[in-house]
Design a protein. Structure first.
Length: 99
């Protein structure tokens, strides 16, 4: 990703705001896929998918290291995001199965 050189505080903040907008949209897209996944599962335990969560966390930690970003920061963000999305997926699963 190409980072432009900002010449003012306002310009840097505007750039950050644009990145934040993209991040939120990407998180919403991820959540939409999570809701779709709920329809392929057969139990709440399968929804929780602890092995998959561990795999995702491992991958994003490694990506953070490669991008010279704190893996602990990414770990914490993903754990929180995944926890919330698992709750959303469980609700979607129960709704789809009429539970």
């Amino acid at each position: 990703m190409q980072i432009k050189q900002c010449n003012t505080l306002e310009e840097a903040r505007d750039a950050i705001d644009k990145v934040d907008e993209q991040i939120v949209k990407l998180i919403a897209t991820r959540n939409d896929y999570i809701k779709q996944i709920a329809h392929f599962k057969t139990s709440v335990e399968e929804v929780k998918a602890e092995d998959r969560i561990a795999d995702v966390i491992s991958k994003v930690r490694q990506q953070a290291i490669e991008l010279d970003l704190s893996p602990n920061l990414i770990n914490d963000l993903y754990v929180r995001m995944i926890d919330g999305m698992v709750e959303s997926e469980i609700a979607e699963f129960r709704n789809a199965k009429g539970l």
